[in-house]
Write a protein that binds this ligand. Structure first.
Ligand code: XMP
Length: 512
């Protein structure tokens, strides 16, 4: 299989590079620059290597470098941003930079005729984000692009198939970025583009079948898309040697626990242990109102329950996790120790010992995981499940958590989601996450001729790309009205419904 290696030097757009390559049907693997040797690169048979961007200057003592033998390994290399500077540095070119040489944002770039710039106009917009730049390219390299401030915006040594660009072709703001990457992949590296996402599933199953042969594997299944896809992949690879533990903390949405059980035990025939730990969790949460304390208690209790189950199972060699690439980025990337401390379920590897961690999705982005999930036949509702916080409804019941309040919230939430989902509204209004919150506020109402005194439910719906920022969704009044009518009529104990019109920031998506 054709593969491109994305050698990671720590830049902010690195995650995009691999994705842009895969979009062109060439498989891309990301590896931290200090974790892969030139020998390994050669024997793996990569069709090309991409040096990513990275913070800092190549002359800084703590900046990452790489074995310069890579440039003579006969494998095409494309250096991006820090990558072009590193390439120049490795071959004794000159790099310089001062405050006045910074370029940030959209910049006009002029390119000359070259395989890397085939079908790219002489002048176009690129995205720059740098201070340092290559002042003098190394011997054997020629300058093939420039901007007003950057005399060497791209360089190449065509004979050795070494290329570098100071701008970021992986960012959509570079008008011909896709074309440039495509030129590198197909014209320079000679890829054919025959890789498909289906191949990922088949190939991952094969890899893990060999790697985990004869081993007992444990996976904490949350019912979220990542752990679900990881579970199905590993189940295909090792069947009954995989045991999934699904901790039902009693803080799930309506019917969610049963759905997870039916899907994984029923449809896929997996070894699934559903731990009904509601009593345990509610007991520990009794009287607790402070949000952070709730989260902490749930995280800790989760580990205890999981530990108990692992002990009951005895002799487990491997812990499997649904870690995906953005998780690794968020947790500080690369280093194995850091990766272990990032997980979807709360600190497991720190307190338990396994010989190995298996993370079959660690190179994929969320939408790629969804694509794999769909191909594996995982139900739509799971593949497209909205984000759901680990502490579950505990952070959507404001104040103390009780069985009664959880029941009110579950019903109200199910109605609101149903009202949104029965139309095309979620897609039309870009409603990316929607749910109900049970506020701790009670107010007076009237039903029939009688005075009522019940809870206030808040509806929350946000539009967002990345959940880091979000705007409240302009839901049609009719939908809000229907949801409000149904909730106040069907859920005894709720007298009032309000809609949250706060964006993030200043508010967060969740109320706690
Ligand atoms: P906030 O409330 O921080 O939420 O604006 C941003 C996104 O993250 C989800 N969220 C969580 N997801 N564990 C998770 O896996 C958590 O503890 C957690 N808290 C919030 C939230 O639903 C939203 O999508």
């Amino acid at each position: 299989m054709e593969k491109i290696l994305v050698l990671d030097f720590g830049g902010q757009y690195n995650q995009l590079i691999a994705r842009r390559v895969r979009e062109q049907h060439v498989y891309a693997e990301i590896k931290p620059c200090d974790k892969v040797s030139v020998e390994e690169i050669k024997t793996t048979g990569y069709k090309g290597v991409i040096f990513t961007g990275g913070p800092g200057s190549v002359y800084d003592a703590d900046s990452p470098h790489y074995d310069s033998a890579i440039l003579n390994a006969g494998i095409p290399v494309l250096g991006i941003c820090y990558g072009i500077q590193l390439m120049a540095y490795m071959e004794d070119g000159e790099i310089c930079g001062a405050a006045g040489s910074s370029e940030y944002g959209k910049t006009m770039v002029t390119v000359s005729e070259n395989a890397l710039f085939a079908d790219v106009p002489a002048e176009s917009v690129c995205w720059m984000s740098h201070t340092d730049y290559v002042k003098t390219p190394p011997k054997g390299f020629q300058v093939i692009a420039h901007t007003d401030k950057c005399p060497c915006a791209a360089m190449c040594d065509e004979k050795r198939r070494l290329y570098g660009v100071q701008f970021h072709p992986e960012v959509v703001h570079t008008d011909y970025g896709r074309q440039i990457l495509s030129n590198f992949l197909f014209q320079v590296c000679g890829c054919t583009g025959d890789w498909r996402m289906e191949d990922f599933a088949a190939q991952t199953v094969e890899t893990y079948r060999a790697r985990l042969a004869g081993k007992k594997v444990l996976l904490a299944l949350s019912g979220g898309v990542d752990s679900s896809v990881a579970a199905v992949l590993l189940h295909k690879a090792i069947g009954k040697n995989l045991t999934c533990v699904f901790v039902d903390h009693g803080l799930l949405r309506k019917d969610e626990g049963d759905f997870v059980e039916q899907t994984f035990r029923g449809k896929f025939g997996m070894n699934l242990i559903r731990v009904n730990a509601k009593e345990r969790f509610l007991e520990r949460l009794q009287g607790v109102t402070e949000p952070e304390q709730k989260r902490k208690i749930i995280g800790e209790e989760f580990i205890r329950v999981f530990e108990d189950e692992a002990k009951n199972l005895g002799n487990i060699n491997v812990l499997a996790q649904g870690t995906i690439y953005p998780d690794i980025i968020e947790s500080g990337k690369g280093d194995a120790a850091v990766i272990k401390s990032h997980h979807n379920v709360g600190g497991l590897p720190d307190v338990m010992s396994f010989e190995e961690i298996a993370e079959p999705l660690r190179e994929l982005f969320k939408d790629e995981v969804r694509e794999v999930g769909t191909q594996l036949g995982i139900p739509h509702a799971l593949v497209w499940r909205q984000p759901f916080p680990g502490p579950g409804l505990a952070v959507r019941v404001i104040g103390e958590i009780t069985d009664e309040k959880l029941a009110l919230l579950r019903e109200s939430d199910a109605i609101f989601r149903e009202e949104i989902e029965r139309t095309e509204l979620a897609a039309e209004t870009a409603a990316n996450q929607y749910f109900a919150v049970l506020t701790d506020l009670r107010s007076v109402g009237v039903k029939g001729d009688a005075r009522t005194y019940g809870y206030t439910v808040a509806l929350r719906c946000v539009t967002t790309d990345d959940f880091m920022t979000a705007t409240w969704t302009r839901l049609p009044y009719e939908v809000l009205e229907r949801a409000s009518n149904r909730i106040t009529n069907e859920v005894m104990g709720v007298t009032r419904v309000v809609y949250d019109i706060t964006s993030k920031p200043p508010a967060t998506v969740e109320w706690e």
